[in-house]
Design a protein around this ligand. Structure first.
Ligand SMILES: [Mg+2]
Length: 259
């Protein structure tokens, strides 16, 4: 039986209650699902990574803090209960791509004020990840962050993980003119800004619907599967080319397949 380990986000997220042999094979099965595609991603020259719940496990609950602050922001702004605020938050996320976009469109919220407020969180649950830094360092090609959050938040996360040196650029919600993933315009803007050729670029994100516009313009997509409700929304369609449960293990698999 698999259970999710919430005691430490530094550990593999899936732990097995049964014997180690069965456990190992089950974990491998969870992390190596590939939909009939090239495991080495030999054609890929550049790599685009989402930030929250992708570079670090959702079990760190960092995004849960941001999520909570969004609710508090809405409750204060509209003078509604936290429960009503939560319902609105989810509604805007579904209908506008992000909660922030919904608040901008429907209530004229200043995005800079919103971004600063929701990212005022405790980043200390994030453990340093030398394994991720090492895997990224060994991976040939340019690496870029593509996030619906802000550069300030991304820099804090990357510093905690110890991977800041591994990335060439952060393309954030401000760079995307506040048009969040999955707005197709943001992907085109990203490809232009960092001069990446979509056909030789891979894109990793924990929210399946964010992969669709990337696949549409020719990128190879990787769904980093998590237990969060965000990640479960949307159909897992043909736009999901690869599935991974653990980013480090998956990258190491790519490196091993490349030889
Ligand atoms: Mg994410």
């Amino acid at each position: 039986m698999l259970k999710i380990d919430l005691t430490s986000c530094n550990q593999a997220r899936f732990r097995l209650a049964g014997g180690p042999r069965l456990g190992q094979s089950r974990v491998m099965a969870e992390t190596d699902i590939v939909r009939g595609r090239d495991r080495a991603l030999a054609h890929v020259e550049d790599w685009v990574f989402d930030l929250d719940n992708t570079l670090y496990p959702a079990s760190c609950n960092l995004f849960a803090q941001i999520d909570q602050r969004m609710g508090a922001f809405i409750s204060e702004l509209l003078d509604v209960s936290l429960a009503e605020a939560r319902a609105l938050q989810k509604h805007y996320f579904r209908e506008h791509g992000t909660t922030m976009r919904g608040l901008m469109d429907q209530h004229g919220v200043d995005p800079e004020v919103f971004l600063a407020f929701v990212h005022e969180i405790d980043h200390s649950p994030l453990p340093e990840s030398p394994a991720l830094a090492a895997a990224l360092a060994r991976l040939p090609g340019r690496k870029v962050i593509f996030t619906n959050a802000s550069v300030a938040h991304a820099e804090k996360v990357m510093a905690r993980l110890g991977v800041a040196d591994q990335f060439e650029a952060i393309f954030d919600i401000v760079a995307a003119d506040y048009r969040p993933k999955p707005d197709p315009a943001a992907y085109r803007q990203l490809a232009e800004a960092v001069e990446m050729e979509p056909r030789t670029t891979a894109f990793v994100d924990d929210i399946p619907r964010n992969l669709a516009p990337a696949a549409e313009i020719g990128m190879t997509t990787v769904w980093l599967r998590t237990e969060t409700e965000y990640a479960q929304q949307g159909d897992i369609g043909d736009h999901v080319h690869h599935v991974a449960d653990d980013l480090v293990a998956w990258l190491e698999g790519v490196l091993a397949a490349r030889g």
